[in-house]
Structures are given as structure tokens and as C-alpha cells.
Design a protein around this ligand. Sequence first.
Ligand code: BTN
Length: 240
Amino acid sequence: MKVVDLENIDSTNSYAKSNIDTLEDKTLVFARRQNSGRGRLNRSWVDLGEGNLFLSFVLKPADKYRKILPNLTQYLSVCLCKVLETYGLKTQIKWPNDVLINGKKIAGILSETVMQGSILKGLVLGIGVNLNAQKYDVEQIPDRVVTALNIELNHNVDLDKFFNELTDEFFKGYDSFLENGFAQIKQDYIQRNCFIGKELNVQVFNSVEKGLAKSVNDNGELVLLNKDNKEIVLTIGDIL
Ligand code: BTN
């Protein structure tokens, strides 16, 4: 496992995508500061200062694993929960891959594929975790309620230690996850969910699907029951 250790970059995901040809499978692109971090749905990811985690996993799995790739964000969210729990915290997952502590978002995950025609050159799985932030700064983040690990624990967190814990947890089960897919983590994922049984509005591209969250199926998709009691199966989306 190789690590590209950068002092300051626009975005670790952008760096990994631009250098995909030269970066080996399982390379970690890590930056101490990130000045144009990107999030899902064209949002930005705010750098809350020194001591926060900005990391992209460069993955080049064989083509036969292609159908598993969308589930890697869910796999990473479960890995993150397990690490956070070693700090004595209770974690929750909001479909598909938001990790919450006390109802507040502590991390964001962005998966991007790099294609050449129909050939997959690689997948860049980016994660930002708020580890050391000022309460005032997290409160300024628009649209969502956010926290950081130091705020939850009342003490600063060692970034390098956390980096090792998260990447070790990820690679411990990564090869088998490619073989087993979502089934490998289904129980771990469901037991931490905070949305099943709730009435949800889910943004899917430009429309909003409404319904009662019934379950997460064996592919990691969200199953909603709409007002006519019909099942709607969502592969991607954002719970509003
Ligand atoms: C989200 O919208 O919740 C996803 C945020 C993902 C942020 C991480 S930080 C490291 C990597 N580089 C980026 O530009 N984005 C991801």
C-alpha cells in the first residue's frame, strides 16, 4: 500500500483522478490541507483547518467486480463507524453513506470512477472526516448539521493515528468485500441505520421520491413504500 502525502492540494479526489495512470491499485492520496474539496451533488467540502482528514483511496479492481463498486461507499461508511466506535461513540448511518454522531454529520464520502470509453481505469473513493474543528466553524456550514470528533470527545484527535486506524480497517476486509459485496456488511450497516421505518423525502437527480423507508435490500438499495403501497427501489439519492 503506497501513500502520496501532500501538504496542500485542491482536492485529493481531483489529484487521484488526474494521476490515475501512474497511481497503483490501493494507493492512498492524503492531504493535510484541501482548498477546493468536492462533495456529492456538486456541493463543496469545507476544509475546517489543520488536523482534519482528507483522503482518497485509489482502487483498480478487476472488471468482474464492477457491480460491487457502487457499494464501496457503504463499505467505507461501515469501516468509519467501527473506528469511531473505538473512541467510545455511538454512530449512525444515513443511506447511502453518511455517518452521523448524535444526529450530526461527521464525514462525507465521494466515489468517482475514471473511465476510458467503456474501460474502467480506476475508482477514486474520497473521504473527509472532521477530526479537529472549531465549534463556531462547523456551525457555519450551510444546509446540514455537522460535528467533529474533537467536539464530541472534548479533546483533540491524533490525525495520523486516525488515518492508520481507518485505512487498516478498510484494507482488512476490502478484498473479501469485492468477492462478497454488500452481503458482507449488510448486518453491520442495518444495525446502525437511522432511517428505516421513517417517512422520507429522497432527492434523486431533479426529482424527489417520497415514502416510508421499508428496508435496504441485498444490493444496498433503499426500498421505499409510496402512498399507494408500491415499492420504489432507489440505487442513488440523498435523504433530505
Ligand atoms: C459529501 O458530499 O458528503 C462527500 C464529501 C467528500 C469529501 C472528501 S474530502 C477528500 C476527498 N476529496 C474531495 O474533494 N472530496 C473528498
